[in-house]
Design a protein around this ligand. Structure first.
Ligand code: G4P
Length: 529
C-alpha cells in the first residue's frame, strides 16, 4: 500500500464524555467490532474512583492503566482506527484538552437520563473552538431517560451544535424495542438476551409497510413513522462537508453496554470521519502528504518504575513517514535525535515499529528531552501551534521540606511540569515558586511523585490567586506598560517558558487592569497572536 493510501485509511479520534456516560464501555465495544479484543471487560476502566483508597494510590493505579489505554488501535473495514484516550475526571481536563490537539475528530457520549453534563459542555466547547468534527452518541437507551427530541434540543442549546439524527430509538428503558438507522434505512431490533452479541439489522427502506406493525407493534410503528416524519421536516439532512467543517453534528442512539446501536455508529464513522488533517505551524500549514516527517508531542507518560526515570513521549505524526533510527530534529533544542525503539499501539499492546504514517501516534522513550508541544522535523525550523496552557484553577506556593534535597526537588518539579502535570510560576519579586493546577488532586500527585520518584519532600502554602493572565503588551517600551509593571509588581510572575503572567487576585482586578492599561492585553491562555 502506498504512502497516500496509508494516510487516507487512518482515522484518529477521541471519545469525550462526562464521567460515567459510558466512554470506556463504548471504547471496548468498538474494539470488539474491530476484532482487536475477544471479550467484553478487557479494557480496564481508567477513571479515578473517589472511594476507600486514598487518592494518590488511586492515581497510581490509574496511571498504570492509562499507559496501556493511551492509544487503542484497530482495523475495521480496512481503515486503521486510532482511539486516543481522554481522562474524564475534571481534575485532568488539561490532559484531555491537549489530547484533543492530536485528534482529527471526536465522538461525544451522552447519558440518556442525565443529558448534557458539565464536563461534556467544557470539552465540546474546546472541540468547537477548533472546529473538530463531532458525532454524538446518546447512550443507555436500555434505561429510562429523557425524550429523544428533548435531548436533541438540549444538545443544540447547551452545546451549540446543529444535530442531525442518523439513528432514532424505538421506545426506551423497559419499552426499548430497537433503533431505526436513518443513515442506512435499516431496522435493528433489540432483544435483552445475549447482551454481548453483535446483532445485525434488517433492511427496512419503506417504513410504511405493514410489516413494521408486526415487528414492533402498531402503536410503536405509528409513533416511529411520526417521529421519522418530524426528523425529515425539522432537522437538516446530513451533509458531509458541514460535518467536516464543524457546522453539523450527526447523532446516534444506542446502548453501549448491550452492544446496541454501536455498529451503526462505527459504520457511519468509518465512512464519514476525516483522515489526518493539515495542521498549522508558526510558519505555515503542514499537509499530511508532504514527504518529510513532522510531528508534535501531545502527551508525556512517566515510567511507573521510580528507579528508571524513563518516560514515553507520545508524538502525533502530521506529515511524512516516521522511520526507526532516522535522525530527526528536535526543534526547541536544535538537536538531532534517533529513536531505536519507537512504539506503536495496537489494541492494548505496544510494539516496536519501523515505520508509522500521518495520523498515527508513536511512543518515544525519553530521558527528559521532551516536553509537551515539542516539534520533530527533518531539519525545518518550525513549531506546531495549538497546545496552549489554560489558566489553572488552583494556586499554591510550593516549599522545600528537606533542605538537603533541593536539587532533587527542583529537578522533580521541572520534569513533572514538562509532563504537563501542573504549571509552575516564579514570582518576579522574590523568586518564590507557585504551582497552578486544574484540580486539587494534582497537589497530591506532585507531592507523592516527588517523594517516590525523586526522593524530595515538599509542603504547600495557600496563596490567593483568582486567575493567571498571560501579559501581552502592544509595545513594551511605552509608559503605560512600564506603569503596569511597576504597580502590579507583586502580582507578576514568569511561567516555565519565561512568559510574563499577571496573577490576578479577583475578577475585579483583571477588569480594572484592563480599563487602566488598555494597551496591555491580558490573555487567559498562554498562546496568543
Ligand atoms: P465512563 O468511561 O464514561 O466513565 O463510563 P463507563 O463506560 O465506565 O460506564 C459507566 C457505567 O455505566 C458503568 O456501570 C457501565 O456499565 C454503565 N453503562 C455503560 N453503557 C451502558 C448502557 O448502555 N446501559 C446501561 N444500563 N449502563 C451502561 P458501573 O456500574 O459504574 O460500572 P461497572 O461495574 O459496570 O463497570
Amino acid at each position: 500500500m502506498g504512502f497516500i493510501e496509508e494516510i487516507a485509511r487512518r482515522r484518529t479520534f477521541g471519545i469525550v464524555s462526562h464521567p460515567d456516560a459510558g466512554k470506556t464501555t463504548l471504547t471496548e465495544k468498538l474494539l470488539l467490532f474491530g476484532g482487536a479484543i475477544q471479550e467484553a471487560g478487557a479494557v480496564k476502566n481508567n477513571k479515578i474512583r473517589k472511594s476507600a483508597t486514598s487518592d494518590f494510590m488511586e492515581i497510581e493505579r490509574q496511571r498504570g492503566i492509562s499507559v496501556a489505554t493511551s492509544v487503542l488501535a484497530f482495523f475495521y473495514k480496512d481503515k486503521k482506527i486510532n482511539i486516543l484516550d481522554t481522562p474524564g475526571h475534571k481534575d485532568f481536563a488539561e490532559d484531555t484538552f491537549r489530547t484533543l490537539t492530536a485528534v482529527d475528530s471526536v465522538i461525544v457520549v451522552i447519558d440518556v437520563a442525565k443529558g448534557v453534563e458539565e464536563q461534556t459542555e467544557k470539552l465540546v466547547a474546546v472541540c468547537r473552538m477548533r472546529q473538530i468534527p463531532i458525532i454524538v452518541f446518546i447512550n443507555k437507551l436500555d434505561r429510562e431517560g429523557k425524550d429523544a427530541f428533548d435531548l436533541l434540543d438540549e444538545v443544540e442549546q447547551k452545546l451549540g451544535l446543529t444535530t442531525v439524527p442518523l439513528s432514532f430509538p424505538i421506545g426506551m428503558g423497559y419499552d426499548f424495542k430497537g433503533i431505526y438507522n436513518v443513515w442506512k434505512e435499516k431496522l435493528n431490533l433489540y432483544s435483552g438476551e445475549n447482551k454481548q452479541k453483535i446483532s445485525t439489522g434488517v433492511e427496512f427502506t419503506d417504513i410504511d409497510k405493514a410489516e413494521l406493525d408486526d415487528l414492533i407493534g402498531a402503536d410503536a410503528a405509528t409513533t416511529l413513522r411520526e417521529e421519522l416524519e418530524i426528523i425529515r421536516e425539522v432537522y437538516p439532512s446530513f451533509n458531509q462537508e458541514a460535518y467536516l467543517s464543524g457546522d453539523q453534528q450527526p447523532v446516534f442512539f444506542g446502548s453501549a453496554l448491550n452492544n446496541f446501536g454501536v455498529q451503526e455508529l462505527l459504520d457511519c464513522f468509518v465512512e464519514i470521519a476525516p483522515p489526518p488533517l493539515p495542521k498549522s505551524s508558526d510558519t505555515r500549514l503542514v499537509k499530511p502528504d508532504e514527504k518529510k516527517l513532522t510531528g508534535f508531542v501531545f502527551k508525556i507518560h512517566a515510567n511507573m518504575d521510580p528507579n528508571h526515570r524513563n518516560r514515553l513521549a507520545f508524538v502525533k505524526i502530521v506529515s511524512g513517514i516516521f522511520k526507526r533510527n532516522f535522525p530527526y530534529t528536535h526543534v526547541r533544542l536544535g538537536k538531532k535525535f534517533k529513536f531505536s525503539s519507537p512504539n506503536t499501539f495496537f489494541a492494548e499492546k505496544k510494539e516496536i515499529v519501523d515505520e508509522s504514517f500521518p495520523g498515527d501516534i508513536v511512543g518515544l522513550h525519553d530521558t527528559g528531552n521532551f516536553k509537551i508541544g515539542d516539534t520533530l522535523t527533518e531539519g525545518e525550523l518550525m513549531s506546531f501551534k495549538g497546545i496552549p496552557s489554560f489558566s489553572p484553577e488552583h494556586f499554591r506556593y510550593i516549599n522545600n521540606a528537606d533542605p538537603l534535597k533541593s536539587k532533587q526537588l527542583y529537578k522533580g518539579i521541572d520534569q513533572l511540569m514538562d509532563e504537563g502535570v501542573a504549571q509552575l510560576f516564579t514570582l518576579e519579586i522574590n523568586n518564590r515558586k507557585i504551582i497552578g493546577t486544574v484540580g486539587a488532586l494534582q497537589y497530591e500527585v506532585i507531592q507523592y511523585r516527588l517523594e517516590h520518584e525523586y526522593g524530595a519532600k515538599c509542603t504547600y502554602e495557600n496563596i490567593h490567586v483568582h486567575k493567571a493572565c498571560w501579559v501581552d503588551p502592544d509595545d513594551d517600551s511605552n509608559d503605560e506598560y512600564k506603569e503596569f509593571i511597576r504597580i502590579k509588581q507583586k502580582y507578576l510572575a514568569r511561567d516555565k517558558q519565561g512568559q510574563l503572567v499577571f496573577l490576578a487576585d479577583s475578577a475585579f482586578s483583571i477588569q480594572m487592569a484592563q480599563q487602566k492599561y488598555p494597551s496591555v492585553k491580558l490573555n487567559f491562555t498562554s498562546e496568543f497572536d
